[in-house]
Design a protein. Structure first.
Lengths: 290, 310
């Protein structure tokens, strides 16, 4: 297991902050979005887009690239922020989000947004597409890796388990799922709505190698990717159950289902950005939403 | 002895697979009924059994297509159009992925498999999906041509594959080009047909001829996109239209023709097909009679329409 450079970890933590703030700003500007699930996935996206994924923003259709599918499609706000920061399109384009004719739709659209590998929006569906990608890339002899982020509430969809069964059956160890386990869905805590536990036991029973991490600890995220891509290649797909905090970084959003699908605007957005700055010990100048 | 349409489909798939190694076939545990067992035998490395999990099958097909391959996720028309409707819509049609969807056991002639396995809504559902092309072949020759054409075309296609044999309509030199085909040019009434009903439309027209009624027969293999030129021409010339399809009269060929003509050349239209019912278990011949999918019913509908206009 490699030791990750502290400088790299610091840089990725900084990227996670940038993803969070840009996601809040684009939601505030577009009056649209899912802040809770966008803030919970920021470290995972930072580690993927700024370290793990073998991609080329100047050639988004590069055939041998790694692929990333955001099956928990509602939280694409943070993905758009990450794509813009990674250079797929100008950061300024983030502020077209929510407006007519924007390339940034309310859910990921592979035909419109550079860097989006799969269209998604109806929960449970895109995970199957990632299984198909993993099958196709192995068939084509490509050495790339397919990553797919799924939501915890999304695990209530039956299709997730159909896809899980097929990936294990076909021994797709070029596929890694990351479960953003932020514990909250649209209308409340998952364990109150429809319990999905025991989660680890379910995935193991479905034939997946399972890693549990703190999804806000960059070092743990990087290590889990390394294990999934290089060590766990024993004929099983890997799932990284990333324990996260819904709304991470903005105290009044944390574990609060009211901020699952409610964009902070105006003063609320300013307060959210202030809280994020405080959390990262950064200065914040009011009035810098867009 | 005519081959069953599903056999023609299964054999053609092998021919296409031999030419094009990007063709991948997915199965949801129905490969002997759909005849893709032949492809499985010929190209095992390009055959994916997904089990009884249609929604996952169409999602996987979308992912496979996004990597440049040409998947044929194969199941019964009723399961693709209804069970996996959302998956086909969001994962395939919306991103315009190059997936070819055979609707096997399409229509009501499904060998006693009953209402849960018959498909009378598939054309309506698929036709309403943006980006989707929708096909219903008139015979086995045309189906083979369609399969060649759809592999050349980049984008999602839904095409019906019937279980039984269908009378030959097209000679071997016929060339499918996605457009309607005028099989008989007449002036008194236009019979517009698709799929298996085309051969019955021709019989109905021959019967009408005996009563000195000169009918046009226009075969419409591609319900979407629906090329208006010949439709409007036939409607303008005849002034009366009967449509016939192995499908509900709601939303399929009859619906498509009414939509197009009401905007371009409004004329009276009588729709022959399955009325607003779920059908039932029975011999194909008995279903045909009970639900009016016959040449006789097409002829009588034409006569009634002609009488009503006198």
């Amino acid at each position: 297991m490699p030791k990750f450079d502290p400088e790299l970890i610091k840089n990725l933590e900084e990227k996670a902050y940038e993803i969070r703030t840009l996601a809040i700003r684009l939601m505030a500007n577009g009056h649209l979005g899912h802040p809770g699930g966008s803030l919970s996935e920021a470290e995972i996206l930072a580690a993927l887009y700024f370290y793990e994924l073998k991609i080329d923003p100047s050639n988004p259709q590069w055939q041998d690239r790694d692929r990333f599918v955001l099956s928990k499609a509602n939280a694409c706000n943070a993905q758009y922020a990450a794509l813009a920061l990674r250079g797929y399109f100008p950061v300024q384009e983030c502020f077209t989000y929510g407006a007519i004719n924007s390339r940034l739709q309310s859910h990921p659209d592979m035909c419109k947004t550079p860097g989006v590998d799969m269209t998604a929006g109806s929960l449970g569906q895109a995970f199957s597409t990632a299984v198909g990608m993993a099958w196709a890339c192995r068939y084509a002899g490509r050495l790339n890796h397919i990553f797919c982020m799924i939501g915890d509430g999304e695990c209530q969809e039956g299709q997730i388990w159909e896809a899980a069964m097929s990936a294990a059956h076909y021994k797709l160890d070029n596929l890694t799922a990351v479960l953003d386990y932020n514990k909250v869905q649209a209308k409340g805590f998952i364990y109150d709505e429809i319990n999905i536990e025991p989660l680890r036991g379910k995935w193991e029973a479905f034939g997946w190698q399972t890693i549990e991490i703190d999804g806000h600890d960059i070092e743990q995220v990087l290590s889990s990717f390394y294990k999934a891509r290089w060590i766990n290649r024993t004929g099983k797909p890997t799932i990284i159950i990333a324990h996260t905090v819904k709304g991470k970084g903005v105290p009044w959003m944390e574990f609060n289902s009211a901020w699952h699908t409610h964009a902070p605007t105006g003063e609320k957005a300013e307060q959210a950005l202030e809280e994020l700055a405080k959390c990262y010990k950064k200065p914040y100048k009011r009035g810098s939403i867009c | 002895m005519l081959k069953e349409i599903r056999d023609i489909f299964g054999e053609k798939l092998i021919e296409i697979g031999r030419r094009n190694e990007k063709v991948i076939v997915l199965d949801a545990d129905l490969n002997t009924s759909t005849r893709i067992d032949m492809f499985k035998e010929a190209f095992p490395s390009r055959f994916i059994q997904v089990g009884i999990a249609e929604q996952n099958m169409f999602g996987m097909a979308a992912g496979i297509a996004s990597c440049g391959l040409v998947p044929f996720p194969t199941t019964f028309a009723v399961f693709s159009s209804k069970r996996a409707c959302d998956q086909i819509s969001i994962s395939i049609a919306y991103p315009k992925l190059n997936v070819k969807i055979p609707g096997c056991y399409a229509g009501v002639f499904t060998g006693k498999s009953g209402a849960t396995h018959q498909s009378v809504e598939d054309l309506a559902i698929m036709r309403s999906m943006p980006n989707m092309r929708v096909l219903d072949a008139g015979d086995g020759n045309e189906l083979e041509q369609m399969m060649d054409a759809m592999v050349e075309y980049e984008g999602p296609v839904y095409f019906r594959v019937l279980r039984p044999s269908v009378s030959t309509v097209f000679k071997s030199d016929y060339k499918f080009n996605w457009k309607p085909v005028l099989l008989k040019d007449g002036k008194d009434i236009g019979i517009l047909t698709t799929g298996v009903m085309t051969s019955l439309g021709l019989i109905a027209a021959a019967e009408l001829e005996k009563q000195k009624i000169d009918a046009s027969v226009l075969h419409i293999p591609c319900l979407k996109p629906l090329d208006p030129e010949l439709l409007v021409k036939v409607a303008t010339r005849c002034g009366l239209i009967v449509t016939a399809e192995n499908h509900s009269i709601i939303g399929g060929l009859g619906g498509a023709v009414c939509e197009l003509l009401s905007e371009n050349c409004p004329v009276p239209v009588k729709r022959v097909g399955v009325e607003d019912y779920f059908v039932e278990t029975g011999e194909d011949e008995d279903i045909k009679e009970k639900y009016g999918l016959t040449a006789e019913n097409i002829k009588n509908s034409a006569l009634a329409l002609l009488r009503s206009r006198k």
